[in-house]
Design a protein around this ligand. Structure first.
Ligand SMILES: Cc1ncc(COP(=O)(O)O)c(C=O)c1O
Length: 420
């Protein structure tokens, strides 16, 4: 039920953002807006609660993890923004902790706020270091929407009308293990960038053999290897880094989304001394006003500590959810085409995008939040927080089972409308 205050919020959103944003949010909250959140639970303006297995991969620690909130609160009282003329110890400590978290393999660091910030920084450095213009990305890739990052993002929906201003990028098929060797032959390729697990593309892990072959071919040609783990890293898929866990020879690793503990916006590029060369020569070559500000940096050590302390529990959450999703999906073959995932990153792939939409509506009606996939409209993502309890996982699974049954019924009752 909408109150007058809620209706005013929807009108304001429609007026200053878009009607579509207001409408989809109204549908998701059934007329209510979000009010507060804690752990896996979001409380709405009408007092109802929703279980959050979505939030586009930001809330790996759930909402308002107490240790992260405490660290940020203390920094707020001390010094939220840096003078940037002086050196800040909180920012330095966050950098040292993050480099150590990945065993010191990539000793140099640049902080951004969003994922796209560090995608841009990595590609810029690769082009400066190699002196070459082209970049190789992967079909289905999602790396963000600022112009440089958008050049790497594959889906035509986001690129339409902008191709002329996007830097030169070639998208490789994951079924082609020799693609990098072929593309680098002309000597004009600066970097290869990939997501070891493509989240926005419906949770598709790239084949390990292909990644190994590509990285080897890139290395042999002096091409910078960039692993974008903004979504799949930091234990979302189990290891701290999927690429480093596979032993891939990466020059740069990108993390973001949950790096600020689900409380603050912060992302990071970690890289080799060599790739960082242009900044060692001239630190002003890549800067941003809010890069590494202490309020955001304060969240990082607290977030990494919390992630490590929850790692074992998270493994059991992922196993329980994955096994449950396979079980409920197997009972509805006309609705679910495939279940994909690992760790705390799962996708249900449906028999059509209208079916995915139907299931999304049924889930939100039953107060469960999941994330649609920007590049794969037939898929819905389930991104449980590490703090989810077995009861919360079971509740979501029971709700998915009900939503699939409702979608199955709708498919049978009106197949043209739902599968069309
Ligand atoms: C793998 C990956 N890279 C980059 C981005 C872009 O991050 P942001 O939206 O924070 O700019 C995303 C966002 O979903 C992502 O999943």
């Amino acid at each position: 039920m909408s109150t007058a205050a809620d209706r005013a919020v929807f009108q304001t959103v429609a007026r200053h953002f878009t009607r579509a944003t207001a409408f989809s949010g109204k549908l998701a909250g059934q007329g209510a807006v979000e009010h507060s959140a804690d752990g896996a639970t979001v409380t709405l303006s009408d007092g109802r609660t929703m279980l959050d297995f979505g939030s586009y991969a930001v809330t790996l620690l759930g909402h308002r993890h107490p240790a992260v909130v405490a660290a940020v609160r203390a920094q707020l009282d001390a010094m939220p923004v840096s003078s940037r003329s002086l050196v800040n110890p909180v920012t330095a400590a966050a950098a040292e902790r993050l480099v150590g978290y990945f065993d010191g393999l990539l000793p140099r660091l640049y902080f951004g706020l969003n994922g796209a910030d560090v995608v841009e920084a990595a590609v810029k450095l690769a082009r400066l270091v190699t002196g070459r213009p082209r970049v190789l990305a992967v079909e289905g890739a999602y790396h963000g929407k600022s112009l440089g990052a958008l050049a790497l993002t594959h889906h035509p929906r986001f690129r339409a009308g902008l191709d002329a201003v996007l830097p030169a990028v070639t998208h490789l098929s994951a079924d082609d293990p020799d693609a990098v060797a072929r593309e680098v032959a002309a000597g004009d390729v600066a970097a290869l960038i990939f997501e070891p697990v493509q989240g926005e593309n419906g949770v598709r892990a790239l084949p390990e053999d292909t990644l190994r072959a590509w990285c080897g071919q890139a290395r042999a040609a002096g091409v910078t290897v960039i692993a974008d783990e903004i979504q799949c890293g930091l234990r979302r898929c189990g290891p701290r880094s999927v690429a480093l866990d596979l032993g891939l020879p990466v020059d740069a690793l990108l993390v973001g989304k949950p790096l600020g503990g689900g409380v603050m916006p912060i992302s990071a590029l970690l890289c080799t001394d060599e790739l960082y060369g242009p900044l060692i020569e001239d630190p002003a070559r890549h800067t941003a006003t809010f890069s590494g500000q202490p309020l955001c940096a304060a969240a990082v050590p607290a977030a990494l500590d919390a992630i490590e302390s929850l790692a074992d529990h998270a493994e059991s959450v992922g196993e329980r959810l994955g096994a449950g999703l396979r079980r409920v999906a197997a009972a509805r073959p006309g609705v679910v085409a495939e279940v994909r995932g690992r760790g705390l990153l799962w996708a249900l792939d449906f028999t059509g995008d209208a079916v995915a939409g139907e299931v999304l509506v049924e889930l939100t009606r039953r107060e469960v939040i999941v994330s649609p996939c920007l590049s794969a409209p037939t898929s819905l993502r389930l991104l449980p927080p590490m703090v989810a309890t077995a009861q919360e996982v079971d509740h979501v699974l029971a709700t998915v089972e009900e939503a699939l049954a409702a979608a199955d019924f709708a498919c049978r009752a009106n197949p043209a409308e739902v599968t069309g």
